[in-house]
Design a protein. Structure first.
Length: 93
């Protein structure tokens, strides 16, 4: 089964949900694509178009990134330990 690219409407729903989860309401922006003449705030449609472009071009390469096999980078790839002092004692036994 091959995956298809999400439609603009599907991306809009996802973008609005993600922004709402962190307290950002796009309804506060002026409607349309023209910026607000008084505040300079971008229009809602232009913000959504920009975020759709970001989702389509940037998220996939970022999510597929992996660290090199270099041993010096192994510490960066491993998640931190919750209680490192306890683990050091356990490893010494």
């Amino acid at each position: 089964m091959s995956l298809s690219q999400p439609t603009d409407a599907e991306l809009d729903v996802m973008i609005r949900a993600r922004l709402a989860s962190i307290g950002i309401d796009l309804e506060q922006l002026p409607a349309g694509s023209a910026p607000d003449p008084d505040t300079g705030s971008p229009g809602r449609d232009s913000v959504l178009a920009s975020l759709r472009g970001f989702m389509r071009t940037t998220v996939l390469p970022l999510s597929s990134y992996t660290f090199a096999a270099d041993a010096r980078l192994a510490q960066q790839a491993a998640p931190p330990k919750l209680y490192p002092s306890i683990d050091v004692v356990r490893e010494a036994r």
